[in-house]
Design a protein around this ligand. Structure first.
Ligand code: SAM
Length: 278
């Protein structure tokens, strides 16, 4: 079955770390164009928080851009932990923000390494790699009683043109193994079910035009279920073949849908033990 290997790939954290080690150096350039808008919305949400020098755990910190953003908003930060599976992404993050305590490990093992509770936890563009049902109880355990979670995630409705292209070939985004929220509403309900109250949220729909096939491949590579399309087209792991067969779709014009939300740990929320048994 053509789709099975992507799921193995996604569950295989070594593969995730290899992929991100490979793209780390160009990451800030490639993703800059969506992150500018995303960062702006995260900034608006974090600016509402009544916190002074908060402590932050950034899960899947990547190149640490969101920590710089937080430093800019709050002026100074208390303890900052950056956890990521990719050594190269962490190297860049540490260079940008030297006080960051970096942990190279899977997000699902973070409680073994982090023994301080934080005011804010960031989960930005990580949900397609890690099961939300396993992650949220861990996050709840690492948050102070009145702590906040800032979440950003792409939604399953992203790339409508790519989906149209792929569905006749067998693309099946809704069967992606890890959690990719169908809609903002669904992600909101999930957070609420886990005992987090919404403070603010927004869904952005951003048009994206790829002028180079390599650019499109790199971006798709990283987009979880869209990578499935490369497998169906027999181009997975073979950007040269993708470029040869699909250059005619350039400029490729599509859109990405992203939920950006700020949630507060509710005092009456479920306890960690209770959450772990959901
Ligand atoms: C799309 S990037 C997002 C980076 C950053 N949060 C941002 O918003 O710019 C996803 C990050 O998650 C990391 N990652 C992937 N799987 C992971 C896992 N199982 N545990 C921890 N980090 C993981 C990748 O190495 C990568 O740095």
């Amino acid at each position: 079955m053509a789709t099975s290997s992507i799921y193995q790939r996604k569950e295989d954290e070594t593969a995730n770390s290899e992929i991100y080690d490979q793209i780390a150096a160009g990451y800030d350039n490639d993703y800059g164009r969506i992150f500018k808008r995303v960062k702006h919305e995260i900034e608006i949400q974090l600016s509402q928080l009544p916190l002074v020098s908060p402590s932050i755990i950034d899960v899947g910190t990547g190149t640490g851009e969101n920590i710089l953003l937080a430093e800019n908003i709050f002026g100074s930060l208390n303890e900052v932990y950056g956890i990521d599976i990719s050594h190269k992404m962490l190297e860049i993050a540490k260079e940008k923000y030297p006080p960051m305590q970096i942990v190279q490990a899977s997000a699902l093992t973070m409680s073994n390494f982090i023994h301080h509770k934080a005011d804010v936890v960031f989960i930005h563009f990580l949900l397609s790699y890690v099961s939300i049902d396993k992650l949220l109880p861990l996050v709840a355990g690492l948050l102070k009683p009145d702590g906040y979670i800032s979440v950003a995630s792409s939604l399953l409705s992203s790339w409508p043109k790519g989906q149209k292209l792929g569905i006749p070939l067998g693309l099946s985004p809704s069967s992606a193994k890890h959690y990719i929220p169908k809609s903002s509403q669904e992600l909101r309900s999930k957070m609420t079910n886990f005992g987090f109250k919404e403070v603010d949220s927004i869904e952005i729909r951003k048009r994206m035009v790829f002028d180079s096939i390599d650019d499109g491949y790199r971006f798709g590579f990283e987009q979880g279920w869209i990578y499935q399309l490369f497998e169906l087209l027999d181009c997975a792991g073979n950007p040269e073949k993708f470029a040869k067969d699909w250059s005619h779709i350039i400029p490729y014009d599509d859109e990405i849908h992203i939920h950006i939300g700020l949630y507060k740990k509710s005092k009456t929320g479920k306890g960690r033990e209770e959450l772990l048994h959901l």
